[in-house]
Structures are given as C-alpha cells and as structure tokens.
Design a protein around this ligand. Structure first.
Ligand SMILES: NC(=O)c1ccc[n+]([C@@H]2O[C@H](COP(=O)([O-])OP(=O)(O)OC[C@H]3O[C@@H](n4cnc5c(N)ncnc54)[C@H](OP(=O)(O)O)[C@@H]3O)[C@@H](O)[C@H]2O)c1
Length: 321
C-alpha cells in the first residue's frame, strides 16, 4: 500500500509517498481503507520539529531523536472498514467510519488499523467522508478543552485564533453550548467566523483584546501569542484560561493554577459520536481550507506551514465519496 513517509525532520519535501507493507488488524482492531485524511498543524509541527520554546527535547525524546520514529504521520482518517479483528463486535466490514489514532499517527496511508475502543465513530448518511474528517481534529480538541474548562451556557468566551482548524470548531461548539462568543482573527476571516456564529469579532491587527477593558469568563488561546501573563487581566473573577498551545514554561506554570487548562486534548469515541451527530443535524459545519489528492501531500504541508490555513486541509484517496 501507499503511505506518506517522513524521512527526516525538515521542510515539506521530506515527505515522500512510498510503498510500505499493509498493516494487519489485531484481535480488537479494525482495518480501514482510507478515503480522506488531513494534514493538520500537529503533522506540520512534527515534520518540521517546529515546537514551542522548551519543547524540542521532550518532543525528540518521545517522537525520535534524529528523525521520526513513526515516519508515517497523520492523526485522523475517514474511510470504510475493510476487515475486523476476531474480537471486534462494534464494527463490521463496509461501515463508514471516522477515527483518530492521536499520537500513534499512521493515518497518511491507504490502510490503517484503529483500536475498536479508540476514538472511532460511524459517519452518518448525509455527512461526506471529507466533511467528517475535516471536523474532527478541531472539534475533538474544542470539546475536550471546553469540558475541562467547564464552559457553560450564558458565559462569555474569547477565542484567539478563531479561524484555524481548532478555532472554527470552537466558535461553533461554544455557540452550541450557549456562550457569548468573541472571535479574534484577521480581517480576511471576519465574515467567516461571524457566519459560524461569533457574536463579536476582533481584528488583532487593529485591536489588542487584552487592552480594551473587556473581561471574559473563558479565554481560549489557539495561536500561542496570548499566554496567561498577557490575558489574566481580561478574565472575569473565576474565569478560566484554555491554553491550547503554550511553551514548556507556560505548561509547567499551568499545572500550579487551577484556572488554567492545558496539555494534550483527549480524543474519545464519545466526542467523535457527538461531532458526527451535530454534523448530521447541520449544527456543526466543516470548514475546509482546501482539498487535495493524497499525491499532493507535500503541497498540503506547505499550505499548513503558511500559518494562514482556514479550517482544515483535507487529502483524498481515489475512492472518496
Ligand atoms: N493541546 C492540544 O491538544 C492541541 C490540539 C490541536 C491543536 N493544538 C495546537 O493549537 C494550535 C491551533 O491549531 P490549528 O490546527 O487550529 O492551527 P491552524 O489551523 O494552523 O491555525 C491557523 C490560523 O491561525 C491564525 N492566526 C495567525 N496569526 C494569528 C494571530 N497573530 N492571532 C490570532 N490568530 C492568528 C490564522 O488566522 P488569520 O489568518 O485569521 O490570522 C489561521 O487561520 C496549533 O499550535 C496546534 O499545534 C493543540
């Protein structure tokens, strides 16, 4: 089967499509023939080892010191179940599913194994594979941070970096929770985030939200330029900070503060089912920056590296519905 192999850390061109052995599902795994996947900010960060300050050594130690230990990247996929392990009871060949392997990676390939108990859900009729996969990275991240940050109906939330994969899902899911949403993004994306439900939009090139005198119950930083030290004066008493991205020192400091939520989002089947059911009802819309054939994965990495992608970059395989 074909897979995109990252031969070393470096620019997009270090990713090469090669023939590799197909995986064989274990007893409790399903084998999925991929129809769509994404190149997300995590893939691009790992490929380039472009990680926040202080994180380079921990990332090298966990992902590979001189080059990636798991050379096939890709966090998530959509596709059709091709085969199931002997002990699998919840899925059968032919099921259309969306799934994440998280930091196990491996989804930039034609065939992928996923644990039956992992983050995997059926794709409802009426939701395409590419829409399903487009929603998941940002959607699951936002759901996890909102849950840990106890975002509640009637609260105000400011979302910094509202137009990326996480931001576009966060805006919609926060509105769905019943929160009043202020989105921070460039002017070019103001109409998009308003259309997703944002009540207020701040163009960061014109206004610094930390200096306008307004306060929020929850602030979410998806860009990494709004650490706790900068935003704490913009939190209401009892307010919480959702640090989706932060450097090593900010992450260590966060462990000592009860009102800061940080770390890696947990990906669960429950959240995947929630995302699929919202999408089926039209209450969560995918935001897809671009759709490229799998063969153009290097181009997809370049787009993510631009830092300007809007929502998700989706890659499709031949038989994508
Ligand atoms: N903790 C976790 O588990 C977790 C999970 C997922 C992602 N992440 C991290 O979260 C971050 C966001 O991920 P993503 O996939 O959403 O990224 P992304 O899609 O690459 O975000 C791109 C967006 O960033 C915005 N942006 C650029 N400069 C900005 C600025 N100065 N202020 C505010 N926004 C700005 C851009 O919007 P404009 O063009 O409108 O400026 C662009 O649309 C990444 O660093 C990723 O590594 C962490």
């Amino acid at each position: 089967m074909k897979a995109a192999v990252c031969v070393r850390y470096g620019p997009p061109e270090v990713v090469q499509i090669r023939d590799v052995p197909a995986p064989v599902p274990e007893d409790r795994q399903v084998l999925v023939a991929a129809s769509a996947t994404t190149v997300n900010s995590g893939d691009a960060r790992l490929r380039a080892l472009r990680v926040p300050r202080g994180m380079s050594l921990p990332v090298r130690l966990s992902m590979g010191v001189t080059g990636p230990r798991k050379p096939v990247f890709g966090f998530e996929l959509a596709g059709r179940v091709e085969a199931v392990g002997e002990a699998v009871t919840s899925f059968q060949p032919g099921d259309r599913v969306v799934a994440s392997r998280g930091f196990d990676l491996g989804c930039h390939a034609e065939l992928i194994t996923v644990d039956e108990q992992g983050a995997i859900a059926r794709i409802p009729d009426g939701v395409s594979d590419r829409d399903a996969v487009s929603l998941c990275f940002g959607g699951a991240t936002a759901l996890d941070f909102f849950r840990r940050g106890k975002l509640a109906s009637g609260e105000s939330i400011l979302i910094n970096g509202a137009s990326g994969a996480v931001g576009t899902m966060a805006v919609q899911l926060a509105k769905h929770t019943g929160a009043e949403v202020t989105a921070v993004c460039s002017a070019a994306n103001a109409d998009l985030v308003s259309g997703l439900g944002a009540d207020h939009v701040i163009d960061y090139t014109v206004e610094d939200f930390t200096r306008n005198g307004r306060r929020y119950d929850v602030i979410m930083d998806n860009h990494g330029n709004a650490p706790y030290a900068r935003i704490k004066g913009s939190l209401e008493p009892g307010g919480r900070f959702l640090m989706v991205i932060g450097d090593l020192w900010q992450t260590l400091a966060a462990t000592r503060r009860k009102n800061v939520v940080s770390g890696t989002a947990s990906l669960t089947a429950d959240d995947y089912r929630t995302l699929m059911s919202l999408a089926e009802r039209g209450e969560l819309k995918p935001v897809t920056d671009s759709v490229l054939p799998f063969a153009q994965i290097v181009e997809a990495h370049r787009r993510v590296d631009s830092g300007r992608k809007v929502g998700s970059v989706v890659l499709t395989f031949d038989a994508t519905p």
